[in-house]
Write a protein that binds this ligand. Sequence first.
Ligand code: GRF
Length: 199
Amino acid sequence: RRLVVLVSGSGSNLQALIDACADPAYGAEIAAVGADREGTYGVERAEKAGIPTFVHRVKDYPTRDAWDQALTEDVASYEPDIVISAGFLKLCGPRFLAAFPGRYINTHNSLLPAFPGMNGPGEALASGVKLAGATLFICDSGVDTGPIIAQCAVPVEDDDTVDTLTERIKEAERAQLVESVGRMVKGGWKVEGRRVRLG
Ligand code: GRF
């Protein structure tokens, strides 16, 4: 099975997938890594692993739709079975979603539907919840609203800062991503309304 991974940042989730794919028993290969900005450590990690990369910056295109089209075409050229947003900080447009129906997934650092958006760990901490976590879901046109594939919880400790909580979430998030993608690759998945069933 072929994966394309999209990143905007440090790419630690990408690295977890690169490491998992090194074992042929995992059943997947990363065909390409794309980014929406130059100079990300995620793209550097891909280059080090010998994975093809591409960058499409919104500001290099006349319209958001033109950017969306360029991104869609590049991703599609690698014929992915699953497209993974791993810290990709752009909402993809209707063209992109239509090209990879039910196959474009995102990992988010909160227990959705709580705390969508850019500051999941900070909002969890400020709200006083005692459990935080990460959610893997199928992207739709909303912000962190799609059908949920998997969730994992971690405790919020009394002395947590945003940084310590973020790190605890990310560790669990990476393990969840690797495990869930592995299951999707091996057994497939079904979307029934809001519910996703892994094979
Ligand atoms: C992840 O925690 C993800 O939930 C959030 O950004 C982080 C990306 O981290 N949207 P990395 O680039 O994979 O290290």
